[in-house]
Design a protein around this ligand. Structure first.
Ligand SMILES: *[C@@H]1O[C@H](CO)[C@@H](O)[C@H](O)[C@H]1NC(C)=O
Ligand SMILES: *[C@@H]1O[C@H](CO)[C@@H](O)[C@H](O)[C@H]1NC(C)=O
Length: 120
């Protein structure tokens, strides 16, 4: 349990670093939210089983915040830069995350996502 917690803290710190150094024009607040919501998803994104309830809960919150096209593109850019820094990202799991959580995200979570193609 303790090591799991530690892993989460480390993962979150890594994502925050990504957020801070990401050369995108998105507001840091929304990017940090994105990272926080998706931290429970990391094990699944790395090829683990799941996604967990907590992960889907976060992903749904994330979906809820994506109101406008600009919001969605900003969220997407955060996801994209975060994905680029998740070591051992499993493309299969990353691609199925939104479907497994019953979301209708108009894009996949991954480093190759084209965020500019997102519209509402
Ligand atoms: C991704 O995860 C799935 C299921 O957990 C596994 O079958 C697949 O081999 C993994 N792919 C990679 C590239 O690791
Ligand atoms: C995700 O957002 C889309 C568009 O706003 C909406 O149609 C969909 O119902 C949302 N999914 C969930 C699970 O909230």
């Amino acid at each position: 349990m303790a090591s799991l917690k530690l892993t989460c803290v480390v993962a979150l710190a890594l994502l925050c670093m990504v957020v801070i150094t990401a050369p995108t024009a998105v507001t840091s607040t929304s990017c940090i939210k994105v990272s926080a919501y998706l931290t429970p998803c990391l094990s699944y994104l790395r090829g683990g089983s799941g996604p967990s309830k907590l992960c889907c809960y976060g992903a749904k919150k994330l979906n809820g915040t994506a109101g406008t096209t600009a919001d969605r593109q900003a969220t997407c850019k955060c996801l994209k830069s975060a994905a680029g820094f998740v070591s051992g990202l499993n493309d299969t799991n990353a691609g199925t995350l939104s479907a497994k959580c019953d979301l209708n995200l108009p894009y996949k979570f991954g480093p190759d996502t084209d965020c500019t193609s997102i519209t509402l």
